[in-house]
Design a protein around this ligand. Structure first.
Ligand SMILES: Nc1ncnc2c1ncn2[C@@H]1O[C@H](COP(=O)(O)OP(=O)(O)OP(=O)(O)O)[C@@H](O)[C@H]1O
Ligand SMILES: O=P(O)(O)OC[C@H]1O[C@H](OP(=O)(O)OP(=O)(O)O)[C@H](O)[C@@H]1O
Length: 737
């Protein structure tokens, strides 16, 4: 084995970034061999041990940095499947790439003035990072590993940008001499492979492929380089096995190939990579890297979180806080924000309700809402509501008539007595995206609830105690899916576990996930077409348009009353493609409590989920001295509204003349379309200074980032180079509208 192959993959050196606005001389880039070694070990689960262990550490190329270049350069994929997602990720981080002339390869990012974007083929990005012609780049880890070949001059500063997931895998034909070959070991020991007749491998990853085979005991193999359609080579008799990228596995299956145990060479996804020499030497690279990491981390951390807003009665914010904090799913990142909701009572300002804003993991949204409801009921002196499955309200058994004029792809189903009696699904309604599920619409007044979310979220709901009714759109997105577990859920999964006589759960939700929206719309159309006759479909709007018109918004319907009080029938469907921040679904009439015709039991707990809340972690760890230094993330903060509207309204009157300025400028749709009691969330307090950590940890203010997957060590474990700090310090949220 060559020394090159025997060396280690060492992309994992830490990047030390200064948060202090000190002059460049004060910035330190330091790489700790010890720390890097530790990282390498902890990388093993992501890149298989063999791959991790043997990418060589070639000496860094001696290419000098171009003396006259003062601008920092980042390389982005010019085409292919990574290209669009890269731009979209950056946009989500408020780093919009301005590509004025599509014929040119350069662009800029207005938010980062000294940064020049160069669109390049991914492999060229890696090559140019090595040579120092690019300073930063976004490419798949597979490409970094193959073309970087362990170069010391490459630093993967963020290894999990959460797109472009795939694996580099060895696959063999399902039949013939491979029929009983199911593991790498069995493959290596096949008597067929001799020096004269080696195993022929076709791949576009010659470096990683060869290293992998050598490390796994293969003695007789030969390589054939191929660029595309590698799955055809075995059938054509040109190769015995392939080493290629796999994501869904469909191409392999369709070409009669199979993966085998131990055959994964490398797990990959998009990464942010930097040129080490640039980080050291080129002015501005460190700061820009720092800023990009800040934004990426903020966005990625927040995508699994939702901000839930609810109004509930209470005597004081503290009392509400105590109750809310007693619930396991309502503790937020640091705790809920609780603020008074001002209503007008007899011409005076009164506070009877409090708005709770709390960040919850998307996965436990359902649980959180149940807990909120139970807290709200307890506050009102009532027993907590039953679990969701038994809190369904009975619906009229007559199916709602089909409305011919409804929009395409829109679908919702009323319940039917037949279904309720069958023990099968009691009802289903589906709505798609962007708050389009509008059970409050006249023809949809009897509609059951909608739960539409990403497959994994719905799967969690279905599997959870609530046994929610749901339409799960699996990968197959056929309504009668089969095959993989996800495909099995691709079928309509409704009413599981709901009592046969039950009507509907009290929750209506529609989530528009840009990523799965097309899928959702397709499945909804199929559902409409293939619906059993016992279901009838009413029109619920399915928003269409570009992904950007789907705010990730979840609209929640207040509970139907136990007496079956339908939702107010006043809400009109939003126009197609409208940005639907659909919060206008009050069930109770807006009235002062004393005059309310609606018994307390039916009064809604108004809920709204404000969508993805990117959380901007501020500087996680500094020396005490640095607390005098403005936080590096601070400039991000003032642009955030920090105001979470509450909706729908708490029962109250005199909304026409709010007693205090309203929040219309913040949330115009809510203010104009919904009779919302104004809620005043105090201005966010002045940003606290960065939390201090024991000074023994640091010599000066530093922030260290490295590959996310290696975040295992405690915060301050190294005398000089503290490892990555999980960004939990000071969450600041931005709600996307
Ligand atoms: N199923 C997949 N097949 C190939 N690449 C995938 C897959 N899923 C994610 N990726 C990521 O996308 C990158 C390849 O994208 P794409 O094939 O568009 O790139 P490219 O460099 O333009 O390809 P080519 O060199 O074949 O033109 C891979 O390097 C990998 O990181
Ligand atoms: O597991 P799957 O989801 O089926 O994806 C795997 C396929 O995708 C890629 O090919 P690509 O579409 O880039 O075309 P190519 O073969 O020409 O490279 C890869 O080379 C596989 O062939």
């Amino acid at each position: 084995m060559s020394p090159m192959l025997a060396a280690r993959l060492d992309f994992t050196a830490v990047l030390v970034l200064s948060s202090a606005p000190s002059p460049p001389s004060g910035l330190r880039v330091r790489f700790s061999p010890a720390t890097a070694r530790a990282r390498t070990r902890s990388l093993a689960p992501r890149a298989t041990a063999s791959a991790t262990a043997a990418v060589s550490a070639k000496p860094p190329p001696a290419a000098p940095l171009t003396a006259d270049r003062s601008v920092v350069r980042i390389g982005l994929p010019s085409k292919g499947r990574m290209s669009e997602q890269t731009l979209s990720l950056l946009k989500s981080c408020q780093l919009s790439v301005r590509h004025l002339n599509p014929r040119q390869y350069t662009a800029d990012i207005p938010q980062v003035p000294n940064l020049e974007v160069w669109f390049q083929r991914p492999k060229d990005i890696v090559r140019k990072l090595q040579s120092g012609d690019l300073d930063l780049g976004i490419v798949g880890f597979d490409i970094v590993s193959e073309y970087g070949q362990g170069s010391d001059n490459l630093v993967v500063v963020h290894d999990a940008l959460e797109f472009g997931h795939c694996r580099l895998s060895l696959a063999v034909p399902k039949e013939g001499i491979f029929e009983n070959i199911n593991s790498l070991e069995e493959l290596a020991n096949m008597p067929e492979w001799t020096q004269e007749r080696p195993m022929r491998v076709v791949t576009g990853f010659g470096y990683l492929g060869e290293k992998f085979l050598r490390e796994n005991g293969f003695n007789h193999f030969s390589f054939l380089a191929g660029d595309g359609a590698l799955e055809s080579y075995p059938a054509m008799g040109m190769a015995d096995v392939i080493v290629d990228l796999v994501s869904s596995g469909t191409t392999l299956r369709e070409n009669n190939l199979k993966e085998i145990e131990g055959g994964v060479v490398l797990e990959s996804q998009a990464t942010l990579v930097a040129c080490r020499r640039s980080l050291h030497k080129r002015k501005g690279v460190l700061e820009i890297t720092h800023e990009m990491l800040e934004r990426l981390e903020a966005h990625l951390t927040a995508t699994g979180e939702l901000m839930v807003t609810a109004n509930m009665r209470g005597n004081s914010a503290e009392e509400v806080a105590e109750r809310v904090l007693s619930q396991t799913s309502l503790c937020g990142l640091q705790g809920p924000t609780i603020s008074p909701v001002y209503c007008s009572r007899d011409g005076k300002v009164a506070v009877e309700y409090y708005a709770i804003n709390v960040v919850v993991p998307q996965k436990s949204l359902y649980k959180s809402i149940q807990q909120l409801r139970s807290v709200a009921d307890a506050m009102a002196g009532e027993p907590p509501p039953p679990a969701l499955a038994s809190s369904f309200s009975l619906l009229p058994s007559t199916p709602s008539p089909h409305r011919p004029g409804d929009r395409q792809g829109a679908v919702a189903a009323g319940s039917s007595a037949a279904m309720a009696g069958s023990g099968g699904p009691t009802a289903v309604a589906t709505g798609s995206g962007a708050g389009a599920a509008r059970s409050g619409a006249p023809a949809a007044a009897n509609l059951p609830p909608v739960l539409l979310a990403s497959p994994s979220t719905v799967a969690a709901w279905l599997a959870g105690p609530e046994r929610a009714i749901g339409l799960l759109l699996g990968r197959g997105h056929g309504l009668a899916g089969s095959g993989s577990p996800e495909d099995r859920f691709g079928a309509l999964a409704i009413g599981s576990g709901a009592p046969a006589t039950a009507g509907l759960p009290s929750l209506v939700a529609a989530i528009g996930f840009p990523s799965s929206f097309g899928l959702a719309a397709g499945a909804l159309s199929s559902l409409a077409a293939s619906a059993p006759s016992s279901l009838s479909f009413n029109g619920l709007a399915a928003a269409t348009g570009t992904p950007s018109s789907y705010p990730t918004v979840l609209s929640l319907m207040p509970p139907l009353s136990s007496a079956g009080t339908p939702p107010a029938a006043s809400a009109a469907l939003p126009p197609l493609g409208a940005p639907c921040v659909d919060t206008t679904l009050p069930t109770a009439p807006c009235a002062a409590p004393e005059s309310s015709a609606v018994p307390r039991a039916t009064a809604p707990l108004p809920l709204g989920v404000l969508g993805v809340a990117p959380t901007f972690p501020l500087v996680p760890c500094t020396t005490p001295e640095s607390s005098a230094v403005p936080n590096a993330a601070a400039p991000l903060v003032p642009s955030m509204p920090g105001l979470a509207p509450t909706f729908p309204p708490a029962p109250c009157a005199a909304l026409e003349s709010p007693a205090a300025p309203d929040t219309a400028s913040v949330v115009p749709r809510v203010a104009t379309e919904s009779p919302v009691a104004p809620t005043f969330v105090p201005e966010p307090p002045a940003l606290p200074r960065v939390a201090s950590t024991p000074s023994s940890c640091y010599a000066d203010p530093v922030r260290v980032y490295q590959r996310r997957s290696t975040v295992t060590a405690p915060a301050c474990s190294h005398d000089e180079l503290p490892v990555y700090h999980p960004p939990t310090a000071i969450p600041v949220t931005l709600t996307q509208w």
